[in-house]
Design a protein. Sequence first.
Length: 421
Amino acid sequence: NDHCIAISTPADHMDAGSAYARIALVGDKNTQLFALAQKFKVQPSQVILLDDEPRNIQQAVKVGMRAKHVPRGLTHQVVRQVLDIIECRGGEIGEVVEEQTALESKRKWFEGLRRWILKRSKRVHGRRDGQAWMTLRAHTYNSLLQGDAEAGMGRHSRMMLVVRQSRKSQSSSAATLAEPIPHAWKMYVASVEKLLDGVLDRPDAIEPEAQRRYRRLCKLSRRGLLPHSLMPEDLNPSVSIVPASTVGAGDIEAPLKQLKEGLIFTLMDGDARVWVSNDTLPEIKCSFAETMLAAIIALRKTGHVHTDFKLDNVLFHGKEKPEWWLNDFDFVTPVNGPTPETPPMRALVENNLKESLQTPITGIEDFQCFVLVYSQLDCSVTTDQQAKALDFISKDPSAMMDFDARSFPRLGEFDPATVQW
């Protein structure tokens, strides 16, 4: 907008012939201020400079002008104070400056505190975001899309083996690292294709929403509210891609050397599908049921439902006495939220346990899936036991929000009444 006010700079006044201009100091606002005083036929002492640059304030005071430092700029309060001084209503502009300086000091203090809290929260319980990682194996374009079979696979994601990158290893290959501890790097397929192919809009991309869900769940996990749930070690990793020395037919070199995407998880020994066997010991089946029932109970108490509870998403560590971990919270949904189209939710609809995928989440879905999943692991579960457990779940008045785990019906080898919950 044209405000009919000419805004000048020191360069506009360098050739001015007035006495004021000749004594003006280069590198401050004095040149413009002297020209302004001459234009309006006032003395320099009648000029009031408000500036956020300390040097301009110092130089103006040296030549007899009134000047004050206002680090927060020209606020309404400063303007009112200047108006009071001009109209002789009293008050000193220094009071405003002191107040603004105090506010600026407080702002910086709170900003430092916020950064300290953020830094500390990233290191709680061994997790620190923004770490440097590198792939354990050399990758090509195709291998980045396919992932490492040992790390696991998914319909929406790929898993690759990575190791934490130290300063000494930044210029070396992953193979030369001393005793590397592999982790699982979860990359979403849509993100990989977007980065490698430049496809900026993917309708099946779930990473942005999944990232927000994991951040919310990590906060709950740090408070000890989500036992037996596997949370990321790094929510914002920077992963260096070790390039393959040779490229096979129909493949090309990895076009990127580093990716700042995905999630880093502790690498487990496998998922629960490997335990679907008649040779699986009863105590292993019972430990699976006890741990996973406790995990979905805890998740339900926070007001969330996993919605993708299946054998693939239960990982274990240790082969003699396995520790069980609920994994893959990409589709976790709050109670009364929309039902995601996951295989377990479709199975509930097909078994007439849920009306349709268009109905909202009620809170009992994970428990219904638990009955169906445990029945796959324990072939001794009878049809009558299944029906009794599903009936118990559907009739719970709290929608499984608040119930006694010991009252949960028996399923095959698993008797909740004998567990010390």
